[in-house]
Design a protein around this ligand. Structure first.
Ligand code: GAL
Length: 428
């Protein structure tokens, strides 16, 4: 009996995997070649939602044009922020079955996980060959390096602290775009009284994403940075105030948040069911994929209290030790770091190029404003998207947030955050 159930499960999983392939796997032969002649390059990411998947397709078209000898094998695993993909990747790496290249965030996610486990080849030679040190921001290089070795190719810069809104809903309710947390709460009261969900939120990682923007909005850039190097006290009054603000924020979110993916939460804003969502600017890619235009279709502002601050993250791709198709992986990385690759990908993805020489004319109003802010704002790193804390620390914070969402015990939450910093070795 047990065997039958397991057999049935295996069949179901195989069917599901086969169906999933329809959505996420494209293996196309470049014009003038045959699929049999070209070698596949398996690229692993979590870009399957509207906007992000389209951006990936635009970049892979550049790849296939440039390298007809390879076919692009899209091994994307659905799930925002890589929550599912990274678990699948870990299993594959443990089984010594790496894809040819995978997506990883610049910062602690890259250095503290893959580099720490000796899973990556250094790429200094590629940076030299391609002249990338001259065109990648100086501030980004340390976040992808360890001991003088560079370990990934950044393809973009995303902004985490963005508040997106439905302009029609704000106008209909006489609500101005809030700048501070207090203004946001006042706007939320008006909207809630009118039967509109003030703030659309999704599954667990999106609450961490919200929390990091509230930490930044409450503490300011310097004290926020200090959370990650032990100079700001997690047990102190500023963090108490941030937790209080986070609790207030949560009181304005949709009841079904835990069942929604980030793009489904963004959809509530498109539909006008909700007024705001706080999400990285891949939401811009989603809004555009849904046919909305910046300004008329959707509005944006820094997350409350974070004007002048740019909470950043960067998607990058790596060369694993033992890549089955190392030459193909290098070809992919050359496209990831190239101007044509980045300028094909980013305008659709909702990010700005990691390179400093992107063609500004290809980017819309929102993205041009992000380019300006990236060069003038105070830049801080994202927690949820791998910049400031390694996986162990981030997982502890994630557990603490999950408990807080359930029990609302602010004191226990703060104690858990302080303990997580200590365990990570960053505090006291
Ligand atoms: C982030 C990633 C973005 C976007 C987002 C939602 O972690 O950096 O590129 O994909 O997740 O999936």
């Amino acid at each position: 009996m047990k065997k039958h159930i397991i057999g049935l499960l295996v069949v179901l999983l195989l069917v599901a995997a086969a169906c999933g392939d329809d959505d996420t796997t494209t293996t196309t032969a470049a014009p003038g070649t045959t699929a049999a002649a070209a070698t596949p390059v398996e690229v692993f990411s979590w870009w399957t939602a509207g906007g992000e998947a389209d951006g990936l397709n635009a970049m892979l078209a550049v790849f296939e044009d440039e390298y007809p000898e390879y076919t692009f094998e899209n091994a994307a695993v659905a799930g925002g922020a890589g929550t599912n993909a990274r678990a699948v990747l870990a299993t594959r790496l443990a089984a010594n079955d790496p894809p040819d290249s995978w997506q990883g965030h610049a910062g602690q996610e890259l250095i503290g996980t893959y580099v720490a486990a000796d899973q990556l080849e250094p790429l200094n030679f590629l940076f030299e060959e391609e002249g990338w040190l001259e065109v990648m921001p100086e501030t980004l290089i340390p976040l992808i390096s360890e001991g003088g070795q560079i370990y990934s190719v950044p393809v973009n810069i995303h902004r985490a602290n963005v508040m997106w809104y439905n302009p029609g809903v704000l106008t209909a309710n006489g609500v101005e775009v809030p700048g501070t947390l207090e203004e946001f709460f006042a706007a939320a009261e008006t909207l809630q009284a009118a039967g509109v969900i003030p703030l659309a939120m999704g599954e667990a990682w999106t609450s961490m994403h919200l929390f990091e923007t509230v930490l930044l909005g409450t503490l300011g850039a310097d004290a926020y940075k200090g959370l990650w190097d032990g100079t700001t006290d997690w047990a102190g009054a500023e963090v108490t105030a941030a937790i209080d603000n986070f609790a207030t924020m949560l009181s304005y979110t949709n009841n079904d948040a835990s069942t929604l993916a980030w793009d489904q939460a963004a959809q509530l804003v498109i539909d006008g069911t909700a007024a705001f969502t706080i999400m990285g600017d891949w939401a811009e890619g989603y809004f555009k994929a849904e046919g909305l235009a910046p300004v008329e279709g959707f509005g944006w502002a820094p997350a409350p209290g974070t004007d002048g601050m740019f909470q950043f993250l960067s998607d990058s791709f790596v060369l694993p030790v033992g890549a089955p198709n190392r030459d193909g992986a290098l070809a992919w990385l050359r496209i990831c770091g190239s101007k044509p690759g980045q300028d094909a990908f980013n305008p659709i993805k909702g990010s700005i190029p990691a390179r400093t020489d992107g063609d500004r004319a290809l980017y819309d109003e929102y993205l041009q404003s992000a380019m300006d802010d990236w060069s003038t704002d105070t830049v801080v790193g994202s927690l949820t998207h791998g910049v400031v804390a390694n996986d162990n620390w981030k997982n502890e914070i994630n557990t603490a947030i999950g408990l807080f969402l359930d029990d609302g015990d602010a004191a226990a939450f703060q104690a858990a955050l302080a303990a997580a910093c200590a365990t990570a070795g960053a505090c006291g």
